[in-house]
Design a protein around this ligand. Structure first.
Ligand code: BTN
Length: 262
């Protein structure tokens, strides 16, 4: 059983509205303890991307936010990808199963979403504080997801067929995440993107609909560019790179692409 990285300050609560919000609100008191991992056994107002709710039922999942200071602001756009890699590898290390990524923040298995990432950066004085929020569905059973998520969401228990130790998943996740953050700090963004593209191969070359925040566009997904953006090859020729937005669905393949916890 692995242990938390020794430099990491770990706080665990029975219940919080949202681990991201807790860290944001308590940053002044926690700053000197950074890096920090805030865990909640349940969240009453768990948040996903785009203002969505992140279902955070008691003891069924990992609900964690890592508070870190990143030395170079140019690295901030790689945090979501690095966190996705950490989740996929932590879950693989635990179960031996293969997990894949869907740009920008989803971790999937069997075509369904098992984990999501919500990175928020706040500026405090001259410092940028990064809050890396991670939700992993661990012990949910199909009936634990509301009907609108049932088709799109999966848990580690559903994937492995056994109850899984949430505490151990938290520790594995923390270890993996700080390995990737250390590589980013060494400037190895290329390694992060290469690895993420490897875990995104299932989607590369597929026709997708993409929402860039204003409008929906279609094209062929061509992976992540060196800056972490999603490359979309247009049907009429040429390519666009998006740094925000969402892949809505892939056309011409079996099954929908998950949008929430997820
Ligand atoms: C998404 O896929 O939309 C992102 C989901 C992120 C959920 C996590 S759970 C821990 C942290 N606290 C929150 O309120 N959200 C993130």
């Amino acid at each position: 059983m692995p242990i938390f990285p020794e430099f990491l300050h770990v706080l665990t609560f029975d219940a919080l509205p949202s681990t991201n919000d807790y860290l944001k609100e308590n940053y002044p008191a926690l700053e000197d303890s950074f890096p920090v991992m805030v865990n909640a056994r349940l969240q009453t107002r768990g948040r996903g991307r785009g203002g969505r709710v992140w279902l955070s039922t008691g003891d069924l999942g990992v609900y964690a936010t890592f508070g870190v200071h990143i030395s170079d602001p140019r690295l901030l756009s790689f945090l979501t990808v690095a966190a996705g890699l950490a989740v996929a590898e932590a879950l693989n290390g635990f179960s031996g199963l293969d997990f894949v990524l869907k740009w920008p923040n989803d971790v999937l298995i069997q075509g369904k979403k098992i984990a999501g990432i919500l990175v928020e950066n706040i500026v405090v004085g001259k410092k940028v504080v990064s809050l890396i929020g991670i939700g992993v569905n661990v012990n949910q059973q199909p009936g634990d997801f509301p009907p609108e998520l049932a088709e799109r969401a999966i848990s580690l228990r559903m994937a492995t067929g056994r109850i899984c130790p949430v505490d151990e998943i938290r520790i594995r996740l923390a270890r993996r995440l700080f390995r990737w953050l250390a590589r980013l700090e060494k400037g190895e963004t290329g390694v992060v993107i290469d690895r993420a593209n490897r875990l995104s191969r299932w989607l590369i070359g597929r026709s997708i609909s993409f929402h860039d925040g204003n409008r929906e566009v279609t094209g062929t997904y061509a992976g992540m560019d060196p800056g972490g953006g999603a490359i979309l090859e247009r049907e009429a020729g040429g390519r666009d790179v998006f740094f925000s937005g969402e892949i809505l669905e892939s056309r011409g393949v079996e099954g929908p692409l998950p949008r929430r916890n997820g």
